[in-house]
Design a protein. Structure first.
Ligand code: ADP
Length: 465
């Protein structure tokens, strides 16, 4: 099949979170199964130089946008069997951040048009256009209204994947006229249009697909999702197991596998040394690598972290996001210099070092569509403590002392003391039940986090269409 994957970010070129991971690895898994896959991203001005230099300009196109003839250039980079196209323009995507600017609605309206025009320009007629998250939500809608009856465009099917229902792209309408769509009144909700107009909707875990159909998790769209639930599927994400591999990872201090687990300890010692906390391999280290947003459960961490720090443990965090959270963690680092390490920012090297160095990985999310960090931590033999929601519920099973099953520790309610109790339970196993601890680690490290199974599920959906 010929598949066009539309996304606002894709690792390694552009990544701000899990969507970047997914768009960087699912297309190549689909290509490995014999499909012809292209991915289309905006050409952001701030993309890393090393990729900008490698890109080749392959075409130029001119189309009508906002009643003007707009020129757009198409650049190409190939990676792991996938052609990544970047659509650029003199006017758009020139900001100094990927997402934080006032004209996001106009930029992604322009991108919508550029993606649809591009397929004809490069003569790639897809069987499927697979859209991802709000930035691409207008593509199915504009396709249905303006393109599907044109000769070149007939019989293209659209799939829309919700990676996070919280970010919907809601704007007072000023773009529909630009796209030549008349009589559209009021607000534009990019994600809603994606959900309403695509042939199939998917989201990124079996639990989240149930959750978003409830009013509590539905962020205002649960009614529409319930109405379309005969076309709604939950497919769990995988991770890039080549990039996230403790045996070959170039970012970490010492490579290791399950057989050479002693080397994992060296990562801990070196991390302690470099971050200035107490150097002692016996102290349980609890890590977090996260966006600092309320979704990630930061509020309940703040409720009890000082109480937890009365025990012998260390807390290491890498994150960036909301100011009040950043300030809190920096304050805590100052107060407990031997026990707490905090780095504010986005940094893939430190991220992998934390996955490798920590004993326990904390992810107490309020909601979590899929979550990749818990899978990455398991791949690095770092035991996750998670809340039972979304993809966390599908990937981490709490250790059960009666049956001996489980690959981590979980708690059900969004409650700070439940979380604290669960971290303490994990620390107790780490310190006092070492044999069980190493069984859990082995299970994790041998787990399958590849895209193999999920790519097949997506293919089934494409074929159905
Ligand atoms: P989300 O997409 O909601 O942020 P996920 O768990 O799905 O959460 O994916 C997060 C991805 O982003 C993981 O690869 C994680 O390691 C990475 N990440 C999150 N915060 C940072 C950070 N501050 N620096 C580097 N990588 C980060």
């Amino acid at each position: 099949m010929k598949i066009l994957f539309a996304c606002s970010e894709a690792a390694p070129f552009v990544k701000t979170g899990g969507l970047g991971d997914v768009a960087g690895s699912l297309p190549s898994a689909l290509a490995a199964n014999g499909n012809e896959v292209i991915a289309v991203l905006p050409r952001y001005k701030i993309m890393d130089e090393k990729y900008q230099i490698k890109m080749q300009k392959v075409a130029e196109m001119v189309f009508l946008f906002n009643n003007e003839e707009e020129k757009s250039e198409i650049y190409l980079l190939e990676e792991k069997g996938v052609k990544f196209y970047f659509v650029g323009s003199e006017k758009y995507f020139k900001g100094n951040t990927y997402y934080e600017n006032e004209d996001m609605d106009i930029q992604f309206a322009f991108y919508t048009k550029a993606v649809l025009e591009m397929v004809q320009t490069i003569n790639f007629k897809p069987d499927i256009i697979h859209c991802n998250d709000w930035h691409t939500g207008l593509i199915p809608w504009v396709y249905n209204r303006l393109y599907k009856n044109r000769d070149f465009y007939r019989n293209i099917k659209t799939v829309y994947t919700i990676h996070n229902l919280q970010y919907q792209g809601v704007y007072i309408d000023r773009i529909m006229e630009m796209l030549d769509i008349k009589n559209y009144a009021g607000y534009v909700n990019f994600m809603k249009e994606g959900i309403e107009n695509s042939d199939i909707i998917t989201t990124v875990s079996p639990t989240y697909v149930e959750e978003i159909q409830t009013d509590y998790f539905g962020v205002g769209l649960s009614t529409i999702l319930r109405r379309r639930n005969h076309r709604l599927y939950g497919i769990l994400n995988g991770i890039d197991t080549d990039f996230f591999n403790p045996e070959t990872d170039k970012f970490i201090y010492k490579n290791y596998s399950f057989e050479t687990l002693k080397n994992k300890e060296e990562n801990k010692l070196k991390f302690q040394e470099e971050s200035g906390i107490k150097i002692d391999e016996t102290i349980p280290m609890v890590g977090m690598v996260t966006r600092l947003a309320s979704q990630k459960g930061i509020d309940i961490v703040m409720c009890v972290l000082e109480e937890m720090l009365k025990d012998e443990m260390q807390f290491v965090l890498l994150g960036s996001g909301e100011k009040q959270y950043e300030e809190y963690f920096l304050y805590l680092k100052n107060k407990y210099p031997e026990k707490v390490s905090v780095k504010i920012g986005y940094d893939s090297v430190t991220a992998n070092r934390i996955y490798a160095a920590s004993d326990i990985f904390l992810m107490p999310s309020l909601f979590e569509p899929c979550g990749l960090s818990q899978m990455i931590s398991m791949r690095y033999g770092t035991v996750p403590v998670v809340r039972e929601t979304g993809g966390l519920n599908d990937t981490v099973k709490s250790y059960n002392e009666i049956t001996g099953e489980g690959n981590g520790f979980t708690f059900k309610y969004y409650n700070a003391h439940d979380m604290m109790y669960t971290v303490r339970r994990a620390i107790d196993f780490y310190k006092n039940k070492k044999e069980i601890w190493s069984v859990i680690i082995k299970r994790e490290m041998l787990g399958d986090y590849t895209w193999k199974h999920s790519a097949m599920e997506y293919e089934k959906i494409y074929k159905k269409l």
